[in-house]
Design a protein around this ligand. Structure first.
Ligand SMILES: [Zn+2]
Length: 140
């Protein structure tokens, strides 16, 4: 590997690591979605233990691909400090635009905003019903 190739690889993993999306499948396996420079996503299935999360396979179909390498590097960074409490990346069910996962705080804010919106819609519906009742009462 040349120095330039190393630099390119290194910046790919730095960039990809910032854009990982972490999910879980129905079996509770950790699935890390890794963006590629060509705009596609590869989904790395991982096995989780108490002390680490390691890639098992990747949707790109290659063994030991760069996507799995990014995931390995990502979790190595998280799990390398045994003194600190284990940091688990937030598990998200959905993403905004695929560029990054939402934090728990962001989800709470979204849910809160949505409740306010639903309340307003209900109130508007109710006002319309009341108006309709009044006008039908007048008509009869
Ligand atoms: Zn891959």
């Amino acid at each position: 590997m040349t120095a330039l190739q190393f630099a390119n690889n290194n910046s790919f993993s730095t960039w990809a690591m910032k854009h990982l999306a972490i999910n879980e499948d129905e079996q509770g396996n950790v699935i890390v979605s890794v963006p590629d420079t060509n705009g596609t996503w590869s989904h790395v299935t991982c096995s989780e233990t108490k002390t680490n999360i390691t890639p098992v396979s990747c949707s790109c179909g290659h063994e030991n691909c760069k996507h799995q390498a990014v995931v390995t590097a990502f979790y190595a960074r998280i799990y390398k400090q045994p003194a600190a409490a284990p940091v688990v990346a937030p598990v998200v069910a959905e993403q905004y635009d695929g560029s990054r996962p939402l934090t728990t705080e962001e989800w709470k804010a979204i849910i809160k905003r949505d409740k306010v919106r639903q309340r307003k819609e209900k109130d508007a519906e109710w006002a319309a019903i009341m108006r309709a009742r009044k006008s039908s009462a007048r008509a009869s």
